[in-house]
Ligand binder design. Sequence first.
Ligand code: MG
Length: 214
Amino acid sequence: MSAHLIMSTKLPTLPLDIDSVKGFLAPEEGAALFEAATSASNIGPCLEVGSYCGKSTVYLGTACKQTGNIVYAIDHHRGSEEHQLGEEYHDSDLYDSDVEMVDTFKEFRKVMRRAKLKDTVIPIVASSTTASQRWSTPLGLVFIDGGHSMEAAMADYRAWAAHVAIGGILAIHDIFPNPDEGGQAPYTIWKLAKSSGLFEELPTVNTLGRFIRI
Ligand code: MG
């Protein structure tokens, strides 16, 4: 492991109160993303799948702003399975009753504006698979935190893992080796990455799995 990838315990200074941003990312996971995005800057742009309201994007974007890099932030902004009306993580503030759909893009844009990241973060409002179809830019970091169904997680892994440049980082959120603690789809693609021969495993931070492309 190269020295710049060793996890520091210091939390990054962010342009807003991160607790005011809706999302499901722990501070130490955000710090690890910040550090990974910083180290990725001389390899290629960063890309995340599953931006939701932009919590992880603030960490990635703040790091990229400091290094002159950019973040592609992919999300259809209609919510994952668990965010839909009647589901466990539904948030009525994020429901657009006019179209009877979740809409997290409005909130995402507000957060990017508050974080002064509109010249660093490039939102791509599309499904991950659609966005990947003609993708050819090698990436310094790919962060997968999209849908947590097996189908969605597999599609994200297949769409993006191969675009991580050598020396770049693949990060996957919500890794729960114990099925009693959480869904198994992210852990399944984490295992795929581990056995692919393409990546060297880095220590997991809380539920944030990390690899470096070799
Ligand atoms: Mg997550």
